[in-house]
Design a protein around this ligand. Sequence first.
Ligand SMILES: O=C(O)CCC(=O)C(=O)O
Ligand SMILES: [Fe+2]
Length: 244
Amino acid sequence: MEKSLKDLAAEFWKKGYLILESYFPGDMMDDYNSKILEHYGLTPDWEHTDEFVSKSATEVVPWFPFKDGNYYFNGVNDDKYLSKLTEAIIGEDWADLYCMCMFSKKGSKGQAWHQDCPPEDSDVFNLNRLVYTHDIIPEIGGELCVMEGTHKKGLLPAGIPNEDLDGQLVFRPKKGTVVLLHGHCWHKVKKVKGEWRVSTNYRAVPKGVPEDVTDICVYRNMRYRFSTSEVIEQRYIEPSGETV
Ligand SMILES: O=C(O)CCC(=O)C(=O)O
Ligand SMILES: [Fe+2]
């Protein structure tokens, strides 16, 4: 029997993520993927500052298609079941934050461990609704790594930005798969070995969470503010193991 929305929401809140395997149809995903690649070309310039790219060990080029007036990707927003599931997870009157495509080229580092927004207030978070428009396979790399249950564990510990951690789960989402992931849950993306890797995030927030919730991202070596392209906090490990 199919799981109810309530059961799926409970699973999300237990683990900090939920995976809907091959949820969207392949032909819809092929169409999205070719439109995304058309936008980027295969060698896009980095959008972020060099300081950000080198410090954060994050090599990904974001694109906000709706902000550019491209509404091709509305099929995901319009999906009734996904909206209902979102409501079951983050409550009534949740809001769409934005749709963000992410592109990584061959040899890029992927994304270091991070929390999409500061975890100090457990009510203030974003919900990632990641849609994969192509298969993530070993030859491509770019696996999504998640530390289960860490949406309830507070601050990501300071440390080496992208090292593998004991207990990390490694996912290779197939085309059409949706990953719902709590923004406080510690996650990273492994190095990209294939020509390119694409993912698209339809971010949502519970009612009352400010629109700029994801302006500050927490990495193991810093907090970074995107709107001002600024490292707002350096995080160090003392030889004693303490974070300063
Ligand atoms: O591309 C992915 O698989 C994850 C990206 C990510 O960390 C995010 O969108 O918050
Ligand atoms: Fe993230």
